[in-house]
Ligand binder design. Structure first.
Ligand code: ATP
Length: 301
């Protein structure tokens, strides 16, 4: 049985289908990235899993049970967490742990362990008002873990941080993922690639691809021919309408021609180049990078 099973998930606001028939699952121990541009539907999906937003259609099961009864088994770090600045880090964790009915002695021990884990061991007695953005995010991760959830969900956990803070939190999440099952949303491919085992790429409420990074590359990577020659723009304009050509990007005197198949693409391009006597300086075959795959998918929907 999967830890989380999402089937035919739908969300509509009026006529706007914000989430359209999405299916995916997460197994225990996996770290899964929900990756998509702004407005793709990431927060909406997360809020439905958390039972904060009602589903328009579909089903969500956690450990095989309807998610309404299972909310207490999920730890959540929202995109914009709010903290009580007049509390210390320790007080906040004690307050939230109390809401989860954790016994006092166990809670005390867990708070100390968690503060150490997230790197706030020395500042647990300081007011949250004195914490930096990165420290608040660490506290947010600690509060999400206080009740030892089966699934940790984080909505854009590093988006609001500067590059250093972001690196720190990514390193912390690498440690946390060793013992937790994680679903986190991001619009940055690099974060997803660095942290996760699986990616769910979504755009405009649709799941475009779902799998490990290697599976995604294997299933969706397209060959690209890089052709360099002076004055290519007339030629590339004509290529756009060719069946074999998926897309063309022209930068200076180099064209990146994405084709459907290597063999047909090579033959067609070479014979065309010869026929038109194009004075080529370079003809090279490369494969799309994961970033190029992601950008292509997100642009074409
Ligand atoms: N309460 C609402 N009423 C109407 N439309 C909404 C509501 N909440 C979200 N939407 C719309 O749903 C779409 C998806 O929004 P969502 O916040 O889930 O995207 P996201 O991928 O999390 O984006 P971001 O990265 O910007 O947070 C957007 O077009 C948004 O305008």
């Amino acid at each position: 049985m999967h830890l989380l099973q999402v089937s035919q998930l739908q969300k509509r606001y009026g006529d706007h289908e914000v989430v359209q028939n999405i299916d995916f699952h997460i197994n225990q121990g996996e770290c899964v990235a929900l990756l998509g541009p702004n407005g793709a539907g990431k927060t909406t999906i997360i809020k439905m899993i958390l039972d904060i937003n009602k589903l328009t259609g579909g089903q969500i099961l956690l450990n095989g049970k309807r998610h309404h009864q299972m909310r207490k088994f999920i730890g959540y770090l929202p995109q914009h967490p709010t903290f009580y600045p007049w509390m210390t880090g320790k007080e906040l964790l004690a307050f939230l742990g109390g809401l989860s009915n954790i016994e006092k002695k166990t809670l005390e021990q867990r708070i100390n362990e968690l503060l150490e884990l997230v790197g706030l061991g020395q500042v647990g007695n300081q007011l949250i008002a004195t914490y930096s953005g990165g420290m608040k995010q660490r506290l947010g991760i600690a509060q999400a873990l206080i009740h030892q959830p089966k699934l940790l969900i984080m909505d854009e956990p590093v988006s609001a941080l500067d590059p250093l803070g972001r690196r720190d939190i990514l390193e912390l999440l690498k440690v946390i993922k060793l013992k937790s099952t994680i679903l986190f949303s991001t619009h940055i491919l690099h974060d997803a690639e660095e942290l996760c085992d699986k990616m769910l790429i979504i755009n405009k409420g649709r799941l475009l691809v779902n799998g490990s990074i290697n599976q995604i590359i294997e299933q969706t990577q397209k060959p690209i021919f890089i052709i360099q020659a002076p004055r290519l723009s007339d030629w590339t304009h004509k290529l756009v309408n060719e069946d074999i050509v998926e897309s063309i990007e022209l930068t200076g005197n180099a064209a990146k021609v994405r084709v459907k198949s290597i063999e047909q693409g090579r033959e067609w391009l070479l014979s065309n180049i010869l026929k038109l006597h194009l004075p080529i300086q370079k003809f090279e075959l490369v494969q799309e990078s994961l970033e190029e795959i992601f950008l292509r998918m997100v642009k074409s929907y």
